[in-house]
Design a protein around this ligand. Structure first.
Ligand code: CU
Length: 378
């Protein structure tokens, strides 16, 4: 929320933090134009009756309309705890603040680059899912997932009836089609470090430049990379951060750090950079691929909405993280003897997660307890 936020903003003087990182939140909305949602969608259900989050390519036209309509409504509804921000914008604010290095509030600086990455984002998505259900009155809504290894899933995600497509080079890479097009969806929360750095992240519309990464082209993760991640035996390993060995840390393999530099908190915000020549993979590269990073002819730096700490500004954040969450789910099924470590970087299974402090890490290890599941085979 903004009041919680301004305290940090004062402290945070520079930095770019997450630009090279990937991840984070943004945005928000305004504008109305949402259609009334009255239909209850049909959703696949597991044998024990828990509804499944589905591959975006398997959604019916009605399911897409219901999901998108609920997102739009969240973007145009004031946050119940603070009417100065939209309900959707609160999610951007929380994700952005999670990059603060202010440890006085608890171990918040470790939502990324740490063992907390998977449990925190599971809870974060669950809260969005619950908010979508509340605002729409449809308890069957589940966040679809984007299987980035599958071109059909990618095509479905970026179609005009779901997330809209790539940005338009003639309009500074603004997204101009779909339900979140420029002129329809307005972002109203901006990541302070990115604004400070002047990378264009303060633009109030969605920006995407698929695959553009500082003069080179990057690609989405492959099936082989997913198989490699799922085969890693342990959840995480010391030093529990971006430098954890990806052959022994499922979490770091999936988060996508490879030979990263140690987090720098000198600005008040986590700034984790890659070592040159060691590109981001998996979760991280999907953020970078979707938003893109580039320098224009005048030398000004730009990045798309999925790049700064406010990356939830692009609603595809949630479909992307549903896939990340699904891979953790599949890994849990394949390694039933492996749980969250008894003690890791100050976290234990009983740690209550910032900023909600009402849910422990252990309590999100089961998706069924949160009201959703995934198909085990796909
Ligand atoms: Cu994140």
């Amino acid at each position: 929320m903004h009041d919680r936020w301004s305290r940090e903003a004062v402290a945070a003087v520079s930095l770019v933090a997450a630009l090279l990182v990937g991840a984070v939140v943004v945005g928000c909305s305004s504008n109305s134009g949402t259609t009334a949602l009255s239909t209850v969608s049909t959703v696949a259900e597991s044998s024990d009756g828990v509804l499944e989050r589905q591959n975006a390519k398997d959604l019916t036209a009605e399911q897409k309309a219901v999901f998108v309509g609920a997102l739009r409504k969240l973007q145009t509804t004031p946050y119940p705890g603070d009417a100065s921000i939209s309900w959707y914008g609160e999610f951007l604010s929380e994700h952005s603040e999670a990059f603060s290095c202010d440890v006085a509030r608890g171990p918040v600086g470790a939502v990324h680059n740490s063992p907390l990455f998977l449990p925190w984002h599971r809870e974060f998505l669950s809260r969005l899912e619950n908010a979508l259900q509340q605002v729409s009155g449809d308890p069957t809504i589940r966040i679809p997932y984007w299987d980035w290894t599958d071109p059909d899933s990618t095509a479905a995600v970026f179609s005009p009836d779901l997330m809209g497509g790539d940005g338009d080079p003639q309009q500074n890479y603004a997204v101009t089609d779909g339900p979140f097009a420029k002129g329809t969806y307005t972002i109203d929360f901006f990541d302070p470090p990115a604004v400070q750095e002047g990378v264009g992240a303060e633009q109030p519309f969605l920006v995407r430049r698929f695959g553009a990464f500082n003069g080179t082209t990057i690609s989405l993760p492959t099936n082989a990379e997913v198989d490699e991640a799922l085969a890693v035996a342990g959840y995480d390993v010391s030093p529990w951060d971006a430098n954890a060995d990806s052959h022994h840390s499922f979490r770091n393999n999936l988060e996508g750090w490879r030979d990263a530099m140690l987090p720098d908190c000198s600005s008040g915000w986590q700034d984790v950079s890659e070592v040159e020549g060691s590109p981001h993979t998996m979760h991280n590269v999907v953020h970078l691929w979707t938003g893109g990073m580039w320098t224009d002819a005048s030398g000004a730096k730009h990045s798309g909405s999925m790049v700064p700490n406010s990356s939830p500004a692009d609603p595809v954040f949630f479909l992307h993280h549903a896939q990340v969450d699904r891979l953790w789910f599949l890994w849990q099924k394949q390694h039933p003897d492996q749980g969250f470590p008894a003690s890791a970087a100050g976290f234990t299974p009983q740690t209550l997660m910032w900023p909600w402090f009402d849910r422990t890490i252990a309590s999100v290890e089961s998706t069924e307890a949160l009201g959703y599941t995934y198909a085990v085979t796909n």
